[in-house]
Ligand binder design. Structure first.
Ligand SMILES: C[S@@+](CC[C@H](N)C(=O)[O-])C[C@H]1O[C@@H](n2cnc3c(N)ncnc32)[C@H](O)[C@@H]1O
Length: 333
C-alpha cells in the first residue's frame, strides 16, 4: 500500500510572502513612498536613490513580483508607478495598510532634493521646447490633437457647470490663446498664465485680434509663482508637459475656489514615443484612473467626463473635478 501525502499548495502564502518580502527593506519602502504621487523611470530612481541601475532594477523587480508596482512603457523608457490595493483580494488589506504607513514617512532630505532635481530636469526640457517651438506651435499641436477637436467638449463641460455671472476663470497654459474667447464670453474676468514668453505673445496677439476686454495675461509658472484663485481653473493639454503631474494637481486644486471646478483636457495614455521629440510631451497621456486618483488626493470630487476618439488613434479625455462647496481648506498662495 502506498501512502499518499496530501499535496500542500503554497500559492496563496507565497503571494503573501512576496508582499512581506517586498516590504521588508528600507530602500524599497522609500521607493514606494517616492512613487506616492509620481512615476519614475529606472534611471531617475537610480539617480534619486543614488544607487546603480542594476541595484535599483533588482528592488523594482521584487516590488513588481509582489504586485506593489506596475510598469508603463513611455517611448524608450519604462516608468514605474504604485498599484492600487485591491481590498477584496488576497493581501489587499496588508497592501493598503503598508501604503498608509509608508505615506506617513518623510523621505530623507537628500532623496527629496534629488527628486526636485529630476523634476527640474523634466521642467527645463518642457520650457526649452516651448521657447524654441512657439513659431510652429499650431502645426505641432495638430500632429496629435488641436483645439478644434476638443473645444466643443470643454465648452459642454463649462455649460453643464452653469457658473454664475460673477464667476472668474483661470486658464493655465493658454498656448496661442485660442480657447480664451470661450472663457471671456462666459466669465466676468479671466486670467491666463503661461511660463513661456513666446507662447504668451501669441496669446496676447489673439486676445487683441478678438478684442477681449476681460482677459489678463500673466507670465508666470503655475506651480511656482503666485496665481489668483478662480471659480473655474482650466488646463487644456498642459498636464502632460508638467514634471510631476500628481503633485501639480494638488497645487492647481488649491487655486479652485470652494464650489468651483478644475477642468482638465488631456490625452489618454498612448504609446507614441515620437510625441516627446515632436511635441515636447513629458508624459504620453494619462490613465483615466490616475487623473481621478490624483484629483481625489487633491480634495476634488469627480464630475462629468467626456471622451473623444480621434481618427489618428489618439483619445482625449475632458474631465471636470469639483471642490466641495463647504470646503474651506482653500490655501491661496
Ligand atoms: C501644449 S500647450 C497647450 C496650449 C493650449 N492650452 C491648447 O490646448 O492648445 C501647453 C502650454 O502650457 C504652458 N505651460 C507648460 N508648463 C507650464 C507651467 N508650469 N506654468 C504655466 N504654463 C505652462 C506652455 O508654455 C504651453 O503654452
Amino acid at each position: 500500500m502506498s501512502l499518499r501525502m496530501p499535496q500542500i499548495r503554497f500559492n496563496d502564502s507565497d503571494q503573501l510572502a512576496a508582499l512581506c518580502k517586498a516590504g521588508g527593506d528600507a530602500l524599497r519602502l522609500n521607493v514606494l513612498r517616492a512613487l506616492s504621487s509620481d512615476s519614475f523611470g529606472v534611471l531617475e530612481l537610480a539617480q534619486i536613490f543614488a544607487i546603480g541601475q542594476s541595484g535599483i532594477s533588482h528592488h523594482l523587480k521584487v516590488l513588481a513580483q509582489a504586485g506593489l508596482v506596475a510598469t508603463r512603457r513611455e517611448g524608450n523608457t519604462i516608468f514605474y508607478r504604485r498599484t492600487l490595493p485591491q481590498n477584496d483580494s488576497l493581501g489587499g488589506a496588508l497592501h493598503a495598510a503598508l501604503l498608509e504607513e509608508i505615506d506617513g514617512l518623510a523621505l530623507p532630505e537628500e532623496v527629496q532634493a534629488r527628486i526636485s532635481t529630476v523634476h527640474a530636469q523634466r521642467s527645463a526640457a518642457s520650457e526649452d521646447f516651448f521657447a524654441r517651438m512657439a513659431g510652429s506651435f499650431q502645426a505641432r499641436q495638430d500632429l496629435i490633437a488641436g483645439l478644434p477637436q476638443y473645444r466643443d467638449s470643454v465648452v459642454a463641460l463649462l455649460e453643464a457647470l452653469n457658473f454664475d455671472a460673477h464667476a472668474t476663470a483661470l486658464e493655465v497654459g493658454p498656448g496661442d490663446g485660442s480657447f480664451l474667447p470661450e472663457l471671456a464670453g462666459r466669465f466676468a474676468r479671466v486670467t491666463a498664465l503661461d511660463n513661456s514668453l513666446a507662447m504668451l505673445e501669441l496669446a496676447k496677439a489673439h486676445c487683441e485680434r478678438q478684442t477681449l476686454g476681460n482677459v489678463e495675461l500673466k507670465l508666470a509658472d503655475a506651480l511656482h509663482d503666485d496665481c489668483p484663485p478662480a471659480d473655474c481653473v482650466v488646463l487644456n493639454m498642459v498636464l502632460h508637459h508638467l514634471a510631476a503631474p500628481g503633485e501639480a494637481l494638488k497645487q492647481l486644486a488649491r487655486l479652485v475656489r470652494a464650489g468651483g471646478s478644475l477642468l482638465i483636457t488631456e490625452l489618454c495614455s498612448h504609446n507614441q514615443g515620437w510625441a516627446r521629440e515632436a511635441c515636447g510631451d513629458l508624459w504620453l497621456g494619462f490613465e483615466q484612473d490616475d487623473l481621478a486618483r490624483w484629483a481625489a488626493a487633491a480634495g476634488l470630487a469627480p464630475g462629468e467626463s467626456i471622451y473623444i476618439g480621434l481618427k489618428n488613434g489618439f483619445q482625449i479625455q475632458a474631465r471636470a473635478f469639483t471642490r466641495p462647496a463647504a470646503d474651506d481648506r482653500l490655501t491661496h498662495r
